[in-house]
Design a protein around this ligand. Structure first.
Ligand SMILES: Cc1ncc(COP(=O)(O)O)c(C=O)c1O
Length: 392
């Protein structure tokens, strides 16, 4: 390995939200608890990105920015190389985050009182984005097939999309927290239903760069003109390269009139903003840090395998992820209710994951485990979980 994915960096007492949540929720005296929650990584950024930021700090003037061609080229190049998506720079709208961009899109394409579809269990800020914009949620709940694989329920989707007040769907691909990477057929089928019913597809691809062998993220717009003309793909370098604090994302909107409406909505809430540091980091990441990401993939795969081995013969089950760096752990066989499971994980096992119920009722009894940490840290957490399980 060229890059360091082994060092354990103590983030307690820093501004890290993930580590601060422990003392915030559990009080002082819990420094032994290991944080495996919020979706950022326990790794320093790629040195290529750090060098670009240092260079920028030394030489740049931090005035108002416009987006340079070199930046657009970096984004276009990444989408071509990593996702086989040929897009034009004119389709890109920059933003300081995927959630701000999704909120902007909801303002552009819905009116208060309208309805928006989500697919629970799902990243919970989708729900608050809907409610902040005066929208009613329609839950097209994911279902599990006999092999335990999460699937979309198309009959239910058809019914919900046909509701005349339903104007948009927020899709998550790869899906946080269940780890599905939706394949081309699944996306087309969803797209056909939405196009037929005039429902705009807002596709959150923030985890797109994390897939396990045998799976590849298909960006919705890359399905072809008909689909591209009806969707926004929300992409970002921030999950991929652990840059969430730098605030940067790129929405891809192929349809001219949709792009105009989106950009107008963005201007209405203060403009198409992105931080200077975010742009510098994004460009450096996409242009120079690909080898770092490829090595990181090896670590994430190893960590997934560690968790999978751990579950063998124990009463917790891994929903095998196809993408993301998150593991969805089915703990229902332990027999706890939601509060009991949370207390068990935090107070007994001494690990702080995300409770499944946060992602919707259908997530109750599950825990979301963040795999993006040094393997030794994960093993330590699992060792402590193992002791707690033995005492149940
Ligand atoms: C599916 C998904 N979308 C969006 C975000 C947040 O994106 P941003 O920080 O760019 O708003 C996350 C972060 O965990 C996520 O998992």
């Amino acid at each position: 390995m060229v890059y360091d994915f082994e060092s354990i960096i103590d983030r307690r007492g820093t501004s890290s939200e993930k580590w601060n949540l422990i003392s915030q929720d559990m009080g002082p005296g819990n420094d032994d608890v290991i944080a495996l929650s919020v979706a950022d990584m326990e790794f320093k950024p790629a040195p290529e990105i750090v060098d670009a930021l240092v260079d920028s700090a030394r030489n740049d003037i931090f005035g108002y920015d416009y987006v340079t061609d070199a930046y657009y080229d970096a984004v276009v190049g990444w989408m071509r190389r990593r996702h086989g998506y040929e897009l034009k720079k004119e389709w890109i709208s920059v933003s300081d985050g995927v959630m701000p961009a999704i909120n902007t899109a909801l303002r552009a394409f819905t009116r208060p009182g309208d309805r928006v579809i989500i697919q629970e269990p799902v990243y919970y800020p989708f729900m608050s984005a809907a409610s902040h914009n005066g929208l009613t949620l329609l839950n097209n709940q994911l279902v599990r097939d006999p092999q335990g694989r999460y699937r979309m329920d198309y009959e239910d989707l058809e019914r919900k999309a046909a509701d005349p007040r339903c104007k948009a769907i927020i899709v998550c691909n790869p899906h946080n927290p269940v780890g599905r990477v939706w394949d081309e057929d699944e996306l087309r089928r969803l797209g056909d239903i939405c196009i037929e019913n005039g429902v705009v597809v807002l596709c959150d691809d923030i985890h797109a760069d994390f897939t396990y062998p045998g799976h590849e993220t298909v960006l919705f717009g890359s399905l072809g003109e008909r689909y591209a003309g009806h969707c926004i793909d929300f992409t970002a370098p921030t999950k991929t390269f652990n840059l969430a604090g730098l605030l940067c994302s790129n929405a891809i909107i192929a349809d001219e009139s949709m792009k105009r409406d989106y950009d107008a909505a963005a201007q209405n809430i203060g403009g198409l903003t992105v931080s200077h540091a975010g742009m510098v980091a994004c460009q450096a990441a996409y242009d120079h840090a690909e080898p770092w990401l490829d090595e990181l993939g090896v670590v994430i795969r190893r960590n997934r395998d560690v968790v999978e081995d751990f579950t063998e013969g124990r009463s917790v089950d891994l929903v095998r992820p196809e993408g993301t760096y998150l593991a969805w752990l089915d703990c229902r066989r332990l027999g706890f209710d939601s509060d009991g499971l949370r207390d068990f994980m935090r107070s007994k096992a001494r690990i702080y994951c995300d409770e499944g119920g946060l992602f919707g009722m259908s997530g109750r009894g599950f825990e979301r485990v963040n795999l993006a940490c040094p393997t030794r840290m994960l093993e330590r957490a699992l060792g402590s979980l193992s002791e707690a399980l033995a005492a149940v």
